[in-house]
Write a protein that binds this ligand. Sequence first.
Ligand SMILES: [Fe+2]
Ligand SMILES: [Fe+2]
Length: 187
Amino acid sequence: MESTDLRDNETKLIEILQLAYSGERAAGYAYRGHWHSVSDPEEKKRIHTIEDEEWHHRRLVGEMLTKLGSGPDKVREMRATIIGRTLGLLCHLSGWLAPMYGAGRLESRNIVEYETAARYALACGRDEFIDCLLTMAEVEWEHEHYFRERVLSHRWATWLKIWPPPPAKETIRQQFQPTSEELAWSL
Ligand SMILES: [Fe+2]
Ligand SMILES: [Fe+2]
């Protein structure tokens, strides 16, 4: 591969990681408001765990950015704080359904974001990031699944247009498994 292609893919990787890094901050603050706003103890516990997982993702993505000789985007960071805190406050005013629906929709995008980042990592020779990025995509898949189930449990669910379901969780890793032909070549 040409070195300019490698550099392009590394730039794209850094950009998407900066996006994810700030996105995790917004999500962390929003879920903090969300779990405080629900009254069901099981929901409170699960959404609190999801908040912790988002902060964990943020740490992992931050480490990747450092290894790439980069760091967070200051403007995105500021925007994420405002958006996250605002959403967290709104959870107390908007009732039960809207935050569950909004979270599920957002999580479905997060799955794709980490899959795309893994593809860029592969394309620029940062193979050591791939497993971690795919694991985060799988965790986001679990988050999406949880919020989808909650939304579907609501009495208005039959009248709601639900966002498209993501492909099965197994497909996240299947895309990155070498084909039998590639395996034969590596022997
Ligand atoms: Fe996350
Ligand atoms: Fe998530």
